[in-house]
Ligand binder design. Structure first.
Ligand SMILES: [Zn+2]
Ligand SMILES: [Zn+2]
Length: 280
C-alpha cells in the first residue's frame, strides 16, 4: 500500500508540513534567487540602452547623446577645489576661498555637480549597491580624467612628466557604514577606476571612526576629519585622492595632508560630483 502523503510530513519539513509545501517553499526560494540574479545581470549588462532614459543606443556607451549632454556638468569651477563658479568665470582660476586658505590638494577633477540625474545615480550606487550605476560613474570619471590628464592637470610643461604615473588613494570607508551598506563604495570606485585607467592603488588607513559629515558646516567638517588618515607606505610624487562626492573638500583635504606626509609632491582631488556651496 502506498504511503499516504501525510506520512512523509515529518521527514521533509521541520515542523510537520507536507512534502508539497516543503518543495514549494524550496522551489519558490530558488525562483526568487534566480530572479534576483537575473535582475542583477540585466542591470549590469543592459547593453544598447541609455541608463537614464532607456532609449536604445549604438556603440558601447551606456548613455544617449542627449542625456549625456543634459548631465549637470561642472564646467566652470575652481581649478583647485572644484567649487562651481559662474559661467562667466575664466577657466583655470582659484576661487576666493582657495586664494585665502588653500586645501592640501593642488588641483581637483570633479566633472559633475551633485544635482538632478547625478544625485539619483549616486544614490542608486551608494545606497542600493547597483553595480550598473557604479560602472556609469566610473566611466564618467575615466573619460573626464583622460581629458584632464591630457592637459597635465594644469601643470607647467616641466612638471608634466611627473603626472605620468600617479597612484590612486581612495577615502577609506568607515567600518560601521560599510557594514550597513554591505560594501565599501569608495573602495569599489577606486578599484574600478584604477583598473580602467591602469593606475596602481595605494591604501590609506583610517585612524579613527568619524561621525557622519552630514549636517555639519564647513568648519565642523574640517574638525571632524582632521588627522583621520595615515598612509600605509611611502608615495610617489603624484597622487590622486578619490571620493564619491566632494562637499566642502574637507575629507579629501585631510587625506591629501596624509599623502603629503607620505612623500607626495602633488595631490589631485578627484570625485564624481561636487555639491554647490549654496547647498551646504
Ligand atoms: Zn538617454
Ligand atoms: Zn576653490
Amino acid at each position: 500500500m502506498a504511503t499516504p502523503p501525510q506520512a512523509l510530513c515529518g521527514v521533509a519539513g521541520s515542523d510537520g508540513e507536507g512534502v508539497m509545501d516543503f518543495l514549494g517553499r524550496r522551489i519558490g526560494r530558488r525562483v526568487l534567487q534566480l530572479g534576483q540574479r537575473f535582475g542583477d545581470s540585466v542591470r549590469q549588462a543592459l547593453p544598447g540602452y541609455c541608463a537614464f532614459c532607456l532609449t536604445p543606443v549604438g556603440g558601447s556607451q551606456p548613455w544617449c547623446a542627449s542625456c549625456y549632454a543634459a548631465l549637470p556638468w561642472n564646467r566652470h569651477a575652481c581649478r583647485r577645489c572644484g567649487e562651481p563658479m559662474p559661467a562667466s568665470t575664466v577657466t583655470a582660476v582659484d576661487c576666493g576661498r582657495c586664494l585665502k586658505s588653500p586645501p592640501a590638494f593642488d588641483a581637483s577633477l570633479v566633472p559633475l555637480r551633485y544635482e538632478s540625474h547625478l544625485t539619483q545615480l549616486i544614490h542608486r550606487f551608494k545606497f542600493s549597491a547597483d553595480p550598473r550605476a557604479g560602472e556609469i560613474l566610473v566611466r564618467l570619471l575615466a573619460s573626464a580624467y583622460h581629458f584632464e590628464a591630457s592637459s597635465s592637470f594644469g601643470m607647467s610643461f616641466n612638471e608634466a612628466p611627473r603626472v605620468a604615473s600617479p597612484v590612486i588613494v581612495g577615502v577609506p570607508g568607515q567600518r560601521a557604514r560599510t557594514r550597513e551598506r554591505g560594501f565599501d563604495h569608495v573602495g569599489w570606485l577606486t578599484q574600478r577606476l584604477a583598473g580602467r585607467l591602469q593606475l596602481p592603488v595605494c591604501h590609506a588607513i583610517r585612524q579613527r571612526e568619524t561621525p557622519t559629515q552630514r549636517g555639519l558646516d564647513r568648519r565642523e567638517r574640517q574638525r571632524n576629519v582632521k588627522a583621520a588618515f595615515v598612509m600605509e607606505q611611502e608615495l610617489p610624487n603624484v597622487v590622486v585622492v578619490l571620493d564619491d562626492v566632494m562637499t566642502t573638500g574637507a575629507t579629501l583635504h585631510s587625506l591629501a595632508v596624509a599623502c603629503h606626509s607620505a612623500g607626495a609632491k602633488r595631490v589631485v582631488g578627484v570625485a564624481c560630483a561636487r555639491t554647490p556651496s549654496g547647498r551646504i
